[in-house]
Design a protein around this ligand. Sequence first.
Ligand code: NAD
Length: 462
Amino acid sequence: MKAHDGMYIDGAWRPAAGRDTIDVVNPADEQVIGQVPAGTVEDVDAAVRAARAAFPGWAATAPAERAARLTALRDVLAARKDEIAETVTAELGSPLAFSQTVHAGVPVLVAGSYAELAATYAFEEKVGNSTVYQEPVGVVGAITPWNYPLHQIVAKVAPALAAGCTVVLKPAEDTPLTAQLFAEAVAEAGVPAGVFNLVTGLGPVAGQALAEHPDVDLVSFTGSTAVGRRIGATAGAAVKRVALELGGKSANVILPSADLAKAVNVGVANVMSNSGQTCSAWTRMLVPAARYDEAVELAATAAAKYGDRIGPVVNAKQQARVRGYIEKGVAEGARIVAGGPESPREQGYFVSPTVFADVTPQMTIAQEEIFGPVLTILRYEDEEDALRIANGTVYGLAGAVWAGEESEAVAFARRLDTGQVDINGGRFNPLAPFGGYKQSGVGRELGTHGLSEYLQTKSLQF
Ligand code: NAD
């Protein structure tokens, strides 16, 4: 695993301003696999200056040229897929097959979608006697989490570059090697110097310096609601654009007419994938009272099959946090039917795939985001009760609805206070807008909605 000891600023790897470093740890065996520099305010400032200097040139580049660079970026990501998957597995711990298909595969699709959008999007339109232009917002400060290390980066950088913005990225401290690999890919794709810059470092230092930098025009943040709230406040005080992709506690609503076995099995797989570290995971399964026991048995059997094959969680802190939630679930009266708080292995930050039955809507494990392989199963009496429970958290990021007829599921999904809903197991669509209602965030990523986050509107009258 190659680790750069500098920052990627203005088209080259430059020495960091300070001497502090961050250890990168493999969560499967707790071994240090590399070190990256811990960026300081000076590094962030140098990166923002490079992005500012590159902005006028990149903003004036023809959309076809931006599309060509993004196509090249997609091709480099595709060509280096194996290396990307191995790097993600080494620093995040996800099983290699999942890293190959999802962690390395999805960013290729997303980069490709923005190559196409850059070439085809109407950056200019006539409205009566006006011409309306969509212009790039400026310098973007992008702050990303570790759970999908490359996807989170590409979902911000690709639309920003397509729009004509320049970027400074501060990736999560747990997964900086994937971010360094991405910076190499950007360079290989022929993106001009200064258009994309990378500063590795700690959130409260480098992240905060980026969010507060007066020459950043838009802060695009994905991460916890707690940090998102602070970034939103900082941006608000500076009257600065902000996009926030935050936490979730999504409901998987199984209506009485649904294929129960399918809905439960897909639901368990959804929660266990990536060791439960997916913001949109359907961690609350809602089942009609009449079929509750059957659903619990199906879910317990499905979860037990995973064992420790799901991979560890990202770090020791996350492991302790998830196990703490499992203990809290027991203390508040929920019943464990699979897994539990004990670690399934002596080494590595593993958590057993865990399923809780007899969960009531107000319990902590039914309200708070656990971000681990923990499923809660709640019973409902009728559809109105299901809706109340499904909408009864501060979050509204995603969800699922299952019914015998699609139209029945759609009617229910339309009443959910949430940004994205899968109907009867609908597939991931890289062009569909993704983002939250309520405290799950502000703004949307992916597709044209994701592109418009990085644009501002100007109209000329004739
Ligand atoms: P986090 O908020 O701790 O960190 C996210 C990023 O913010 C990291 O790069 C971190 O270094 C940085 N950061 C931390 N403190 C900061 C500060 N004071 N100022 C500026 N930056 C700071 O979140 P995490 O633990 O890395 O990720 C897990 C969270 O992310 C979960 O809550 C999850 O739901 C959320 N998430 C949301 C989405 C979405 O699209 N809605 C996607 C993935 C993850």
